[in-house]
Design a protein around this ligand. Structure first.
Ligand SMILES: [Zn+2]
Length: 336
């Protein structure tokens, strides 16, 4: 009789919702469920909601043995302590040892990672990273994933291994400063001029809300007709699509900021594949701007090795964090 297949449980925990899934070895999602975070965002209610969702996932595995649980969490994670470390999304969970709390409750090993890092791992093993990079059938060696969304995060996978850094904080691409001037936009991290403070969805919306009030744009941009909360990054992309001059100029600035930032990423990590995900990437792709980002990025790099790196959209969509969290389980258990 063959053994029942082992499955992994994955959780993707963002600022507004949590999702859990049962994932098999091939990266396929067998079952999933999503719920909003409790409104009060308090420690006890967040922990209770997370644990309850994980229990449901364990139940959904029925007769299959569960190898372990991977948690992809928004914000910096101390993987060794199994706790969050300075996440702006979860101030109530700062330093809470999720691994130590939940392992005895669920009777399964738990592994934590930053969501963008794990997304990189997911794309490497089951997404864009499965493409070959040259005529000889060479598989991707070094993949950099950047999510350009509400914020900007990143992850680096080199020959199958995540680059974590000494504290699990490596590859914070969004907080690479690209504007040093004293009036550069402020960033939530406390610095200013970070890529995230210029090219993230939050930054685009903030800049559009300010700039539509400027005398030169007030009467000419369609963004002036929108209510404050309707001025979002998707609204800016839509206006650019319709030929709005302010929105087009803003998209041009985002393209330039990403080109400059990603050229630095090429110099730092020397990837043979650069993968872009997230809602802002989707908006730029809809405007056919990804080739332009790649062209400008290539103009800025030092040698041909960097120029050969393709820039491609992510393949796993909303599932990327879940698939990556499952990869972490397989990888950690293998390494034991
Ligand atoms: Zn920053």
């Amino acid at each position: 009789m063959t053994q029942p297949e082992r499955l992994a449980i994955a959780m993707d925990w963002g600022g507004t919702w949590m999702r859990v899934a049962v994932v098999d070895w091939s990266g396929a999602i067998r079952w999933h469920k999503r719920r909003n975070n409790p409104k009060d965002k308090g420690k006890d209610s967040l922990l209770a909601a997370g644990l309850e969702l994980l229990r449901q996932a364990v139940g959904a595995c029925s007769s299959h043995p569960v190898a372990g649980i991977g948690l992809a969490i928004a914000g910096p994670v101390d993987a060794e302590a199994g706790a969050l470390s300075g996440s702006p999304q979860f101030p109530a969970l700062e330093g809470v040892p999720l691994k130590a709390l939940w392992e005895p409750e669920l009777g399964l090993p738990i592994f934590l990672g930053n969501d963008a890092n794990l997304a990189a791992l997911g794309e490497y093993h089951h997404g864009a990273g499965q493409a070959v990079t040259d005529d000889e059938g060479q598989l991707v060696r070094t993949l950099v994933y950047a999510t350009v969304s509400t914020g900007i995060g990143g992850g680096v996978v080199d020959r199958g291994e995540l680059l974590l850094g000494a504290h699990g904080l490596a590859a914070e691409i969004g907080h690479m400063a690209i504007d040093w001037r004293p009036d550069a936009p402020p960033c939530f991290c406390g610095s200013q001029g970070c890529l995230e403070s210029i090219a993230s969805g939050t930054a685009i919306a903030r800049a559009a809300r300010q700039r539509r009030l400027e005398p030169r744009w007030r009467h000419s941009t369609s963004l002036s007709g929108l209510a404050e909360e309707a001025v979002t990054a998707p609204a800016v992309f839509q206006a650019a699509q319709a030929g709005d001059l302010l929105a087009s100029q803003m998209v041009e600035e985002v393209v330039q900021a990403l080109s400059v930032g990603l050229a630095s990423v090429l110099h730092l990590y020397d990837p043979d594949l650069l993968v872009l995900g997230g809602g802002v990437t989707q908006g730029l792709a809809d405007l056919a701007k990804l080739p332009e980002i790649q062209r400008r990025m290539r103009v800025r790099v030092m040698s041909d090795g960097y120029r050969q790196c393709p820039l491609v959209p992510a393949k796993l969509g909303d599932n990327v964090g879940l698939v990556g969290a499952a990869c972490l389980v397989w990888q950690r258990l293998d390494a034991r």
